[in-house]
Design a protein around this ligand. Structure first.
Ligand code: FAD
Length: 553
Protein backbone atom coordinates (compact mmCIF):
# COMPACT_ATOMS: atom_id res chain seq x y z
CA UNK A 1 0.00 0.00 0.00
CA UNK A 2 2.70 2.38 1.03
CA UNK A 3 4.62 1.65 -2.10
CA UNK A 4 1.62 2.18 -4.30
CA UNK A 5 0.77 5.45 -2.62
CA UNK A 6 4.25 6.79 -3.01
CA UNK A 7 4.71 5.80 -6.60
CA UNK A 8 1.29 6.81 -7.70
CA UNK A 9 1.46 10.10 -5.93
CA UNK A 10 4.78 10.66 -7.56
CA UNK A 11 3.22 10.15 -10.92
CA UNK A 12 -0.10 11.72 -10.28
CA UNK A 13 1.09 14.80 -8.62
CA UNK A 14 4.36 15.82 -10.16
CA UNK A 15 4.10 19.26 -11.60
CA UNK A 16 0.47 18.88 -12.43
CA UNK A 17 -1.43 21.71 -10.99
CA UNK A 18 -4.98 21.68 -9.85
CA UNK A 19 -5.50 25.20 -8.66
CA UNK A 20 -8.54 25.91 -6.66
CA UNK A 21 -9.56 29.32 -5.60
CA UNK A 22 -9.74 32.93 -6.55
CA UNK A 23 -6.93 35.34 -6.93
CA UNK A 24 -6.12 37.53 -9.78
CA UNK A 25 -7.32 39.50 -12.62
CA UNK A 26 -6.03 39.56 -16.16
CA UNK A 27 -4.19 36.90 -18.06
CA UNK A 28 -0.64 37.91 -17.47
CA UNK A 29 0.70 37.77 -13.95
CA UNK A 30 -0.98 38.50 -10.71
CA UNK A 31 -1.62 42.01 -9.57
CA UNK A 32 1.24 44.30 -8.89
CA UNK A 33 2.51 43.70 -5.44
CA UNK A 34 2.10 46.64 -3.12
CA UNK A 35 5.64 47.65 -2.25
CA UNK A 36 6.53 47.40 1.39
CA UNK A 37 7.03 50.49 3.46
CA UNK A 38 10.73 51.09 3.90
CA UNK A 39 12.00 49.49 7.05
CA UNK A 40 12.46 51.73 10.04
CA UNK A 41 16.04 51.48 11.09
CA UNK A 42 16.12 49.84 14.49
CA UNK A 43 18.61 52.30 15.86
CA UNK A 44 17.91 51.76 19.51
CA UNK A 45 20.22 52.41 22.41
CA UNK A 46 21.43 49.26 24.12
CA UNK A 47 21.65 50.25 27.75
CA UNK A 48 23.37 53.50 27.01
CA UNK A 49 25.53 52.01 24.26
CA UNK A 50 25.92 54.19 21.18
CA UNK A 51 23.43 53.76 18.39
CA UNK A 52 24.54 50.98 16.07
CA UNK A 53 24.75 51.67 12.39
CA UNK A 54 22.26 49.60 10.38
CA UNK A 55 23.72 46.94 8.08
CA UNK A 56 22.30 47.26 4.60
CA UNK A 57 21.42 44.04 2.78
CA UNK A 58 20.30 43.97 -0.87
CA UNK A 59 18.50 40.94 -2.25
CA UNK A 60 18.22 40.64 -6.02
CA UNK A 61 15.18 38.56 -6.96
CA UNK A 62 11.98 37.82 -5.07
CA UNK A 63 11.42 34.21 -6.07
CA UNK A 64 11.57 31.42 -3.55
CA UNK A 65 15.26 31.98 -2.82
CA UNK A 66 15.18 35.77 -2.39
CA UNK A 67 11.95 35.81 -0.40
CA UNK A 68 13.27 33.07 1.88
CA UNK A 69 16.58 34.88 2.32
CA UNK A 70 14.69 38.00 3.47
CA UNK A 71 12.32 36.05 5.74
CA UNK A 72 15.02 34.04 7.49
CA UNK A 73 17.43 36.93 7.72
CA UNK A 74 14.82 38.86 9.65
CA UNK A 75 14.04 35.82 11.81
CA UNK A 76 17.66 34.99 12.58
CA UNK A 77 18.32 38.63 13.31
CA UNK A 78 15.39 38.88 15.70
CA UNK A 79 16.75 35.90 17.59
CA UNK A 80 20.25 37.28 17.83
CA UNK A 81 21.52 39.38 20.67
CA UNK A 82 23.74 42.41 20.16
CA UNK A 83 23.41 42.38 16.39
CA UNK A 84 23.44 45.72 14.60
CA UNK A 85 20.11 46.64 13.01
CA UNK A 86 19.53 45.13 9.58
CA UNK A 87 17.87 46.99 6.74
CA UNK A 88 16.74 44.72 3.89
CA UNK A 89 16.04 45.94 0.35
CA UNK A 90 14.62 43.62 -2.32
CA UNK A 91 14.90 44.35 -6.04
CA UNK A 92 12.59 42.44 -8.37
CA UNK A 93 12.40 42.81 -12.13
CA UNK A 94 8.86 41.48 -12.35
CA UNK A 95 5.71 43.23 -11.22
CA UNK A 96 5.11 40.45 -8.73
CA UNK A 97 6.66 38.39 -5.96
CA UNK A 98 7.26 34.70 -6.67
CA UNK A 99 9.55 34.39 -9.70
CA UNK A 100 8.92 31.01 -11.27
CA UNK A 101 6.00 30.52 -8.86
CA UNK A 102 3.18 32.49 -10.42
CA UNK A 103 -0.41 32.07 -11.57
CA UNK A 104 -2.47 33.29 -14.50
CA UNK A 105 -6.25 33.42 -14.58
CA UNK A 106 -8.22 31.34 -17.03
CA UNK A 107 -10.34 33.76 -19.07
CA UNK A 108 -8.86 36.52 -16.90
CA UNK A 109 -11.18 35.47 -14.08
CA UNK A 110 -9.82 35.72 -10.58
CA UNK A 111 -11.82 32.67 -9.58
CA UNK A 112 -9.74 30.44 -11.87
CA UNK A 113 -6.03 30.91 -11.12
CA UNK A 114 -3.73 28.40 -12.79
CA UNK A 115 -0.13 27.77 -11.79
CA UNK A 116 2.08 28.74 -14.71
CA UNK A 117 5.34 27.59 -13.13
CA UNK A 118 6.04 25.66 -9.95
CA UNK A 119 2.86 23.90 -9.02
CA UNK A 120 3.37 21.42 -6.20
CA UNK A 121 5.38 20.82 -3.08
CA UNK A 122 5.39 17.85 -0.78
CA UNK A 123 4.98 17.15 2.92
CA UNK A 124 8.72 16.85 3.62
CA UNK A 125 9.28 20.40 2.21
CA UNK A 126 9.48 21.90 5.66
CA UNK A 127 10.18 25.52 4.76
CA UNK A 128 7.18 25.74 2.46
CA UNK A 129 4.88 23.71 4.68
CA UNK A 130 5.79 25.78 7.76
CA UNK A 131 5.49 29.08 5.92
CA UNK A 132 2.07 28.15 4.51
CA UNK A 133 0.95 27.43 8.08
CA UNK A 134 2.50 30.61 9.45
CA UNK A 135 0.77 32.75 6.83
CA UNK A 136 -2.53 30.93 7.26
CA UNK A 137 -2.68 29.75 3.68
CA UNK A 138 -4.91 26.88 2.65
CA UNK A 139 -3.09 24.01 1.03
CA UNK A 140 -4.93 21.24 -0.72
CA UNK A 141 -4.09 17.97 -2.31
CA UNK A 142 -3.47 18.08 -6.02
CA UNK A 143 -6.39 15.78 -6.70
CA UNK A 144 -9.00 17.94 -4.98
CA UNK A 145 -10.34 19.55 -8.15
CA UNK A 146 -10.01 16.73 -10.62
CA UNK A 147 -12.54 16.75 -13.46
CA UNK A 148 -15.29 14.32 -12.54
CA UNK A 149 -15.77 13.11 -16.10
CA UNK A 150 -12.26 11.68 -16.27
CA UNK A 151 -11.92 8.09 -15.07
CA UNK A 152 -8.17 7.54 -14.79
CA UNK A 153 -5.69 9.65 -12.90
CA UNK A 154 -2.42 8.98 -14.73
CA UNK A 155 -1.41 7.51 -18.04
CA UNK A 156 2.02 7.10 -19.57
CA UNK A 157 2.04 7.51 -23.36
CA UNK A 158 5.03 6.77 -25.60
CA UNK A 159 3.64 8.23 -28.80
CA UNK A 160 2.34 4.85 -29.90
CA UNK A 161 0.43 3.43 -26.98
CA UNK A 162 -0.56 4.14 -23.39
CA UNK A 163 1.95 1.88 -21.60
CA UNK A 164 0.51 2.44 -18.15
CA UNK A 165 -2.86 3.64 -16.90
CA UNK A 166 -3.69 4.23 -13.26
CA UNK A 167 -7.40 4.40 -12.48
CA UNK A 168 -8.67 6.66 -9.72
CA UNK A 169 -8.86 4.60 -6.61
CA UNK A 170 -11.66 6.00 -4.56
CA UNK A 171 -12.72 2.88 -2.74
CA UNK A 172 -10.60 0.51 -0.78
CA UNK A 173 -11.29 -2.15 -3.35
CA UNK A 174 -10.22 0.23 -6.06
CA UNK A 175 -6.92 0.80 -4.29
CA UNK A 176 -6.25 -2.88 -4.06
CA UNK A 177 -6.97 -3.32 -7.70
CA UNK A 178 -4.52 -0.57 -8.46
CA UNK A 179 -1.82 -2.24 -6.41
CA UNK A 180 -2.51 -5.55 -8.06
CA UNK A 181 -2.24 -3.89 -11.46
CA UNK A 182 1.00 -2.17 -10.60
CA UNK A 183 2.61 -5.29 -9.24
CA UNK A 184 1.26 -7.35 -12.10
CA UNK A 185 2.70 -4.95 -14.62
CA UNK A 186 6.09 -4.31 -13.05
CA UNK A 187 6.64 -6.95 -10.37
CA UNK A 188 7.46 -6.08 -6.74
CA UNK A 189 11.25 -5.72 -6.86
CA UNK A 190 11.79 -2.41 -8.68
CA UNK A 191 8.97 -0.53 -6.87
CA UNK A 192 10.08 -1.76 -3.44
CA UNK A 193 13.75 -0.93 -4.04
CA UNK A 194 12.81 2.46 -5.43
CA UNK A 195 10.76 3.25 -2.37
CA UNK A 196 13.65 2.31 -0.06
CA UNK A 197 16.15 4.28 -2.10
CA UNK A 198 13.89 7.33 -2.16
CA UNK A 199 13.45 7.27 1.62
CA UNK A 200 17.17 6.86 2.17
CA UNK A 201 18.02 9.73 -0.20
CA UNK A 202 15.44 12.06 1.33
CA UNK A 203 16.72 11.19 4.83
CA UNK A 204 20.26 12.18 3.85
CA UNK A 205 19.09 15.44 2.27
CA UNK A 206 17.12 16.50 5.35
CA UNK A 207 20.38 16.71 7.35
CA UNK A 208 21.22 19.82 5.36
CA UNK A 209 18.60 21.80 7.31
CA UNK A 210 20.23 21.21 10.66
CA UNK A 211 23.39 21.68 12.62
CA UNK A 212 26.13 20.59 12.40
CA UNK A 213 25.75 20.87 8.61
CA UNK A 214 23.65 24.01 8.53
CA UNK A 215 24.66 26.64 7.55
CA UNK A 216 26.86 25.21 4.81
CA UNK A 217 29.36 27.36 2.96
CA UNK A 218 30.02 24.79 0.24
CA UNK A 219 27.21 22.80 -1.34
CA UNK A 220 29.62 20.18 -2.67
CA UNK A 221 31.10 19.59 0.79
CA UNK A 222 27.67 19.48 2.42
CA UNK A 223 26.45 16.99 -0.20
CA UNK A 224 29.57 14.90 0.29
CA UNK A 225 29.20 14.75 4.03
CA UNK A 226 25.64 13.41 3.77
CA UNK A 227 26.64 10.95 1.06
CA UNK A 228 24.69 12.50 -1.81
CA UNK A 229 27.52 12.98 -4.29
CA UNK A 230 27.19 9.31 -5.13
CA UNK A 231 23.77 10.20 -6.54
CA UNK A 232 24.64 13.53 -8.20
CA UNK A 233 27.80 12.14 -9.81
CA UNK A 234 26.05 9.67 -12.13
CA UNK A 235 22.99 9.63 -14.37
CA UNK A 236 19.67 8.38 -13.06
CA UNK A 237 20.09 5.34 -15.28
CA UNK A 238 23.49 4.50 -13.76
CA UNK A 239 22.34 5.19 -10.21
CA UNK A 240 19.30 2.93 -10.50
CA UNK A 241 21.40 0.14 -11.99
CA UNK A 242 24.00 0.47 -9.24
CA UNK A 243 21.31 0.37 -6.57
CA UNK A 244 19.64 -2.75 -7.93
CA UNK A 245 16.49 -1.09 -9.25
CA UNK A 246 17.63 -2.03 -12.75
CA UNK A 247 16.60 -0.68 -16.11
CA UNK A 248 13.33 -2.50 -16.69
CA UNK A 249 10.01 -1.04 -17.67
CA UNK A 250 9.28 0.32 -14.20
CA UNK A 251 12.30 2.55 -14.75
CA UNK A 252 11.90 3.43 -18.43
CA UNK A 253 8.14 3.91 -18.21
CA UNK A 254 7.17 5.13 -14.75
CA UNK A 255 10.35 6.71 -13.42
CA UNK A 256 11.31 8.31 -16.70
CA UNK A 257 7.79 9.70 -17.07
CA UNK A 258 8.43 11.45 -13.73
CA UNK A 259 11.79 12.94 -14.71
CA UNK A 260 10.27 14.13 -17.99
CA UNK A 261 7.23 15.83 -16.49
CA UNK A 262 9.31 17.40 -13.73
CA UNK A 263 12.49 18.32 -15.56
CA UNK A 264 12.06 17.67 -19.30
CA UNK A 265 14.95 15.19 -19.17
CA UNK A 266 15.40 11.45 -19.58
CA UNK A 267 17.27 9.08 -17.30
CA UNK A 268 20.40 8.99 -19.47
CA UNK A 269 21.00 12.70 -18.75
CA UNK A 270 19.47 13.73 -15.43
CA UNK A 271 21.54 12.86 -12.38
CA UNK A 272 20.62 10.24 -9.81
CA UNK A 273 19.69 12.64 -7.01
CA UNK A 274 17.12 14.59 -9.03
CA UNK A 275 15.78 11.27 -10.32
CA UNK A 276 15.05 10.18 -6.74
CA UNK A 277 13.55 13.60 -5.91
CA UNK A 278 11.00 12.93 -8.66
CA UNK A 279 9.86 9.84 -6.78
CA UNK A 280 9.57 11.60 -3.40
CA UNK A 281 6.12 13.03 -3.86
CA UNK A 282 4.28 11.86 -0.76
CA UNK A 283 1.68 14.39 0.30
CA UNK A 284 1.79 16.55 -2.84
CA UNK A 285 -0.06 19.82 -2.29
CA UNK A 286 -0.37 23.34 -3.61
CA UNK A 287 -1.58 26.58 -2.04
CA UNK A 288 -5.14 27.49 -2.95
CA UNK A 289 -4.97 30.60 -5.11
CA UNK A 290 -1.28 30.19 -5.92
CA UNK A 291 1.98 29.09 -4.33
CA UNK A 292 3.39 32.62 -4.80
CA UNK A 293 1.46 33.62 -1.66
CA UNK A 294 4.04 31.80 0.45
CA UNK A 295 6.75 34.06 -0.94
CA UNK A 296 4.67 37.18 -0.61
CA UNK A 297 4.12 36.24 3.05
CA UNK A 298 7.85 35.79 3.51
CA UNK A 299 8.66 39.17 1.99
CA UNK A 300 6.07 40.90 4.15
CA UNK A 301 7.30 39.18 7.29
CA UNK A 302 10.84 40.38 6.58
CA UNK A 303 9.84 44.04 6.72
CA UNK A 304 11.99 44.62 3.65
CA UNK A 305 11.75 47.61 1.41
CA UNK A 306 10.59 46.15 -1.92
CA UNK A 307 11.22 47.57 -5.39
CA UNK A 308 9.08 45.75 -7.95
CA UNK A 309 9.33 46.38 -11.69
CA UNK A 310 12.93 47.28 -10.98
CA UNK A 311 15.94 45.68 -12.67
CA UNK A 312 19.34 45.65 -11.10
CA UNK A 313 21.75 46.54 -13.90
CA UNK A 314 25.01 46.83 -12.01
CA UNK A 315 26.80 45.48 -8.94
CA UNK A 316 30.10 47.23 -8.40
CA UNK A 317 32.53 47.27 -5.56
CA UNK A 318 33.78 50.50 -4.08
CA UNK A 319 35.93 51.56 -1.18
CA UNK A 320 34.68 54.62 0.56
CA UNK A 321 36.93 56.95 2.43
CA UNK A 322 33.84 58.27 4.16
CA UNK A 323 33.18 54.82 5.53
CA UNK A 324 36.69 54.23 6.76
CA UNK A 325 37.96 52.67 3.57
CA UNK A 326 35.36 49.95 4.00
CA UNK A 327 34.31 47.93 0.96
CA UNK A 328 30.68 48.32 -0.04
CA UNK A 329 28.67 47.10 -3.00
CA UNK A 330 26.95 49.70 -5.12
CA UNK A 331 23.74 48.46 -6.70
CA UNK A 332 22.57 50.25 -9.80
CA UNK A 333 18.90 49.80 -10.55
CA UNK A 334 16.29 51.13 -12.89
CA UNK A 335 12.54 51.11 -12.40
CA UNK A 336 10.78 50.11 -15.61
CA UNK A 337 9.40 53.07 -17.50
CA UNK A 338 11.66 55.40 -15.58
CA UNK A 339 14.70 56.87 -17.32
CA UNK A 340 16.63 57.57 -14.18
CA UNK A 341 19.15 55.16 -12.75
CA UNK A 342 19.45 54.81 -8.99
CA UNK A 343 22.65 53.90 -7.14
CA UNK A 344 22.65 52.67 -3.59
CA UNK A 345 25.36 51.22 -1.35
CA UNK A 346 25.07 47.96 0.57
CA UNK A 347 27.18 45.99 3.01
CA UNK A 348 25.82 42.66 1.80
CA UNK A 349 24.35 41.54 -1.52
CA UNK A 350 22.41 38.30 -1.99
CA UNK A 351 22.00 37.30 -5.63
CA UNK A 352 18.84 35.19 -5.73
CA UNK A 353 18.48 34.47 -9.44
CA UNK A 354 20.54 32.38 -11.86
CA UNK A 355 23.52 34.68 -12.53
CA UNK A 356 23.20 34.43 -16.30
CA UNK A 357 19.65 35.83 -16.17
CA UNK A 358 20.58 38.93 -14.18
CA UNK A 359 21.54 40.66 -17.46
CA UNK A 360 23.96 43.00 -15.73
CA UNK A 361 25.43 45.79 -17.83
CA UNK A 362 27.94 46.42 -15.03
CA UNK A 363 28.82 43.06 -13.44
CA UNK A 364 31.14 42.89 -10.46
CA UNK A 365 34.74 42.78 -11.67
CA UNK A 366 36.44 41.94 -8.39
CA UNK A 367 35.03 38.44 -7.85
CA UNK A 368 37.50 35.59 -7.83
CA UNK A 369 35.08 33.62 -9.95
CA UNK A 370 31.65 34.57 -11.29
CA UNK A 371 29.09 31.75 -11.46
CA UNK A 372 29.21 29.73 -14.69
CA UNK A 373 26.52 29.93 -17.32
CA UNK A 374 24.38 26.81 -16.85
CA UNK A 375 22.21 25.46 -19.69
CA UNK A 376 18.54 25.66 -18.73
CA UNK A 377 15.62 23.70 -20.18
CA UNK A 378 13.53 25.91 -22.47
CA UNK A 379 10.05 24.76 -21.54
CA UNK A 380 6.91 25.82 -23.37
CA UNK A 381 3.85 25.88 -21.14
CA UNK A 382 0.53 26.07 -22.97
CA UNK A 383 -2.69 26.60 -21.06
CA UNK A 384 -6.02 26.49 -22.85
CA UNK A 385 -9.73 25.96 -22.33
CA UNK A 386 -12.19 24.00 -24.44
CA UNK A 387 -15.49 22.27 -23.87
CA UNK A 388 -14.07 19.20 -25.68
CA UNK A 389 -12.43 16.37 -23.79
CA UNK A 390 -9.12 14.97 -25.08
CA UNK A 391 -9.58 12.46 -27.88
CA UNK A 392 -8.97 8.84 -26.76
CA UNK A 393 -8.11 7.91 -30.36
CA UNK A 394 -5.11 10.27 -30.36
CA UNK A 395 -3.67 8.29 -27.47
CA UNK A 396 -4.61 4.96 -29.04
CA UNK A 397 -7.20 4.29 -26.37
CA UNK A 398 -10.54 2.59 -26.74
CA UNK A 399 -12.98 5.20 -28.14
CA UNK A 400 -15.32 4.48 -25.23
CA UNK A 401 -12.68 5.35 -22.63
CA UNK A 402 -11.62 8.76 -21.31
CA UNK A 403 -8.07 10.09 -21.47
CA UNK A 404 -6.36 10.11 -18.02
CA UNK A 405 -6.27 13.39 -16.12
CA UNK A 406 -2.47 13.49 -16.39
CA UNK A 407 -0.87 12.11 -19.52
CA UNK A 408 2.84 11.73 -18.83
CA UNK A 409 5.16 10.51 -21.55
CA UNK A 410 8.18 8.35 -22.17
CA UNK A 411 10.34 7.24 -25.08
CA UNK A 412 9.23 4.35 -27.27
CA UNK A 413 11.22 1.11 -27.31
CA UNK A 414 13.42 2.07 -30.27
CA UNK A 415 14.21 5.52 -28.87
CA UNK A 416 14.96 4.01 -25.48
CA UNK A 417 17.88 2.11 -26.98
CA UNK A 418 19.44 5.26 -28.47
CA UNK A 419 21.56 7.74 -26.53
CA UNK A 420 20.43 10.46 -28.92
CA UNK A 421 17.14 10.33 -27.06
CA UNK A 422 18.00 9.08 -23.58
CA UNK A 423 20.72 11.75 -23.22
CA UNK A 424 19.05 14.23 -25.54
CA UNK A 425 18.01 17.80 -24.87
CA UNK A 426 14.98 19.68 -26.14
CA UNK A 427 13.28 17.98 -29.09
CA UNK A 428 15.71 15.02 -28.86
CA UNK A 429 14.67 14.43 -25.27
CA UNK A 430 10.98 14.49 -26.14
CA UNK A 431 11.04 11.83 -28.85
CA UNK A 432 8.19 10.83 -31.12
CA UNK A 433 5.50 11.58 -28.58
CA UNK A 434 6.21 15.30 -29.06
CA UNK A 435 5.43 16.64 -25.58
CA UNK A 436 6.32 15.99 -21.94
CA UNK A 437 2.85 16.04 -20.43
CA UNK A 438 -0.75 17.05 -21.00
CA UNK A 439 -3.06 17.43 -18.06
CA UNK A 440 -6.73 18.15 -17.74
CA UNK A 441 -6.53 20.43 -14.73
CA UNK A 442 -10.15 21.04 -13.89
CA UNK A 443 -13.56 22.00 -15.20
CA UNK A 444 -14.68 25.60 -15.03
CA UNK A 445 -17.91 27.40 -15.76
CA UNK A 446 -18.29 30.84 -17.29
CA UNK A 447 -21.45 32.51 -18.58
CA UNK A 448 -19.84 33.21 -21.95
CA UNK A 449 -18.54 29.73 -22.63
CA UNK A 450 -20.43 27.39 -20.29
CA UNK A 451 -18.67 24.34 -18.87
CA UNK A 452 -15.11 23.81 -20.11
CA UNK A 453 -11.93 21.89 -19.33
CA UNK A 454 -8.69 23.69 -18.53
CA UNK A 455 -5.62 22.01 -20.05
CA UNK A 456 -1.91 22.39 -19.45
CA UNK A 457 0.77 21.14 -21.86
CA UNK A 458 4.54 20.99 -21.23
CA UNK A 459 6.58 20.74 -24.43
CA UNK A 460 10.04 21.56 -25.75
CA UNK A 461 8.62 23.44 -28.73
CA UNK A 462 5.64 25.73 -29.12
CA UNK A 463 2.39 23.74 -28.96
CA UNK A 464 0.38 25.39 -31.72
CA UNK A 465 -3.33 25.42 -32.59
CA UNK A 466 -2.82 22.54 -35.04
CA UNK A 467 -1.50 20.33 -32.27
CA UNK A 468 -4.26 21.38 -29.91
CA UNK A 469 -6.81 20.37 -32.56
CA UNK A 470 -5.10 16.99 -32.94
CA UNK A 471 -5.26 16.09 -29.27
CA UNK A 472 -8.90 17.18 -29.20
CA UNK A 473 -9.54 14.97 -32.23
CA UNK A 474 -10.92 17.64 -34.58
CA UNK A 475 -9.79 19.23 -37.83
CA UNK A 476 -11.74 22.41 -37.64
CA UNK A 477 -10.91 25.42 -35.47
CA UNK A 478 -14.54 26.05 -34.62
CA UNK A 479 -15.10 22.45 -33.59
CA UNK A 480 -12.09 22.60 -31.28
CA UNK A 481 -13.90 25.31 -29.33
CA UNK A 482 -10.71 26.73 -27.82
CA UNK A 483 -11.83 29.88 -26.04
CA UNK A 484 -8.69 30.89 -24.14
CA UNK A 485 -4.99 30.20 -24.68
CA UNK A 486 -2.02 31.36 -22.66
CA UNK A 487 1.54 30.51 -23.68
CA UNK A 488 4.76 31.06 -21.79
CA UNK A 489 8.34 30.03 -22.46
CA UNK A 490 10.34 29.45 -19.28
CA UNK A 491 14.00 28.96 -18.62
CA UNK A 492 12.58 26.37 -16.32
CA UNK A 493 15.37 24.44 -14.58
CA UNK A 494 18.96 23.49 -15.38
CA UNK A 495 19.90 20.45 -17.41
CA UNK A 496 20.91 18.30 -14.47
CA UNK A 497 24.04 16.65 -15.85
CA UNK A 498 25.94 14.50 -13.37
CA UNK A 499 28.33 16.64 -11.31
CA UNK A 500 30.05 16.66 -7.94
CA UNK A 501 30.91 20.34 -7.62
CA UNK A 502 28.50 23.25 -7.53
CA UNK A 503 28.66 27.01 -7.89
CA UNK A 504 30.14 28.90 -4.93
CA UNK A 505 27.72 30.16 -2.30
CA UNK A 506 29.95 32.99 -1.16
CA UNK A 507 31.16 34.90 -4.20
CA UNK A 508 33.17 37.48 -2.32
CA UNK A 509 33.21 39.50 0.87
CA UNK A 510 29.57 40.37 1.58
CA UNK A 511 28.25 38.67 -1.53
CA UNK A 512 26.19 35.49 -1.65
CA UNK A 513 24.63 33.41 -4.42
CA UNK A 514 21.66 31.04 -4.16
CA UNK A 515 21.10 29.53 -7.61
CA UNK A 516 23.96 27.02 -7.51
CA UNK A 517 21.57 24.74 -5.65
CA UNK A 518 19.50 24.35 -8.80
CA UNK A 519 22.13 22.04 -10.31
CA UNK A 520 21.79 19.89 -7.18
CA UNK A 521 17.98 19.91 -6.82
CA UNK A 522 15.78 22.46 -8.56
CA UNK A 523 12.59 23.02 -6.57
CA UNK A 524 10.91 25.84 -4.67
CA UNK A 525 11.91 24.16 -1.41
CA UNK A 526 15.60 23.79 -2.22
CA UNK A 527 15.76 27.42 -3.37
CA UNK A 528 14.14 28.31 -0.07
CA UNK A 529 16.68 26.20 1.83
CA UNK A 530 19.48 28.04 0.06
CA UNK A 531 17.82 31.38 0.80
CA UNK A 532 17.72 30.40 4.48
CA UNK A 533 21.32 29.19 4.29
CA UNK A 534 22.72 32.41 2.83
CA UNK A 535 20.66 34.43 5.34
CA UNK A 536 22.46 32.68 8.14
CA UNK A 537 25.88 32.92 6.49
CA UNK A 538 25.38 36.62 5.79
CA UNK A 539 24.32 37.34 9.35
CA UNK A 540 27.28 35.39 10.69
CA UNK A 541 29.57 37.51 8.51
CA UNK A 542 27.97 40.73 9.75
CA UNK A 543 28.41 39.61 13.34
CA UNK A 544 32.00 38.79 12.64
CA UNK A 545 32.39 36.37 15.48
CA UNK A 546 31.18 32.85 15.24
CA UNK A 547 29.42 31.62 18.32
CA UNK A 548 27.91 35.02 19.00
CA UNK A 549 24.80 33.99 17.13
CA UNK A 550 21.92 32.54 19.03
CA UNK A 551 19.92 32.28 15.85
CA UNK A 552 17.51 29.39 16.05
CA UNK A 553 14.53 28.64 13.93
C1 FAD B 1 7.00 25.23 -15.49
C2 FAD B 1 7.72 24.97 -14.21
C3 FAD B 1 7.25 24.01 -13.34
C4 FAD B 1 7.88 23.80 -12.13
N1 FAD B 1 7.33 22.90 -11.25
C5 FAD B 1 7.78 22.86 -9.99
C6 FAD B 1 7.05 22.18 -8.99
O1 FAD B 1 5.98 21.63 -9.25
N2 FAD B 1 7.55 22.19 -7.73
C7 FAD B 1 8.71 22.85 -7.40
O2 FAD B 1 9.09 22.84 -6.23
N3 FAD B 1 9.42 23.50 -8.34
C8 FAD B 1 8.99 23.55 -9.62
N4 FAD B 1 9.65 24.29 -10.55
C9 FAD B 1 10.98 24.86 -10.22
C10 FAD B 1 10.85 26.10 -9.33
O3 FAD B 1 9.99 27.02 -9.94
C11 FAD B 1 12.20 26.75 -9.13
O4 FAD B 1 13.15 25.81 -8.72
C12 FAD B 1 12.16 27.84 -8.05
O5 FAD B 1 10.97 28.56 -8.11
C13 FAD B 1 13.35 28.77 -8.23
O6 FAD B 1 13.23 29.86 -7.33
P1 FAD B 1 14.37 30.99 -7.30
O7 FAD B 1 13.97 31.99 -6.32
O8 FAD B 1 15.69 30.33 -7.12
O9 FAD B 1 14.38 31.60 -8.77
P2 FAD B 1 13.24 32.46 -9.50
O10 FAD B 1 11.90 32.01 -9.08
O11 FAD B 1 13.56 32.42 -10.95
O12 FAD B 1 13.45 33.94 -8.93
C14 FAD B 1 14.46 34.79 -9.41
C15 FAD B 1 13.89 36.19 -9.46
O13 FAD B 1 14.95 37.12 -9.74
C16 FAD B 1 14.44 38.16 -10.54
N5 FAD B 1 15.56 38.80 -11.23
C17 FAD B 1 16.45 38.23 -12.07
N6 FAD B 1 17.34 39.15 -12.48
C18 FAD B 1 17.02 40.32 -11.89
C19 FAD B 1 17.56 41.64 -11.94
N7 FAD B 1 18.64 41.92 -12.68
N8 FAD B 1 16.97 42.61 -11.20
C20 FAD B 1 15.87 42.35 -10.44
N9 FAD B 1 15.31 41.10 -10.37
C21 FAD B 1 15.88 40.11 -11.08
C22 FAD B 1 13.51 37.41 -11.50
O14 FAD B 1 12.56 38.31 -12.06
C23 FAD B 1 12.87 36.37 -10.58
O15 FAD B 1 11.65 36.80 -10.04
C24 FAD B 1 9.05 24.54 -11.78
C25 FAD B 1 9.53 25.50 -12.67
C26 FAD B 1 8.88 25.74 -13.86
C27 FAD B 1 9.37 26.82 -14.75
Amino acid sequence: MVITKSILLALAALSLTLPVSAHQDGVTHHQNYEGQKPLQDHQHHNDGMPVQEAKRVAIIGAGSAGSSAAHYLRRFHTNTTNAPPINITIYERNAYIGGRSTTVNAHGKASYPIELGASIFVSMNENLVNAAKEFDLTVSSTSSTRPKTVRDSVGVFNGEEMVFVQPYSESKTGKWWSLAKLLYQYGPLAPIRTKRLTDETVGRFLNMYREPLFPFSSLGEAAESVGLLEATGVTGEQFLMAKGVGNGKFVTELMQASTRVNYGQNLGLIHGLETMVCMAAEGAVSVEGGNWQIFEGMVKSSGASVHLNTSVTGITEKKTAAEGDKKVWTITSQKHGDQSVVEKDFDTVIIASPYQYLDLTHPPTTLQKAPDKIPYVALHVTLFTSRRPLDPAYFNLDPASTVPEAVLTTLNVTEQSSETFTRGEGASAVGKVGFFSISTLRQIYTEEHGEEFVYKVFSSEAFGQDRIRKILGVKDEEEAGVTWVFRHLWNAYPYLYPRVTFEDIKLGEGMYYTAGIESFISTMETSSLMGMNVARLALDEVLGVEGKVKAKL
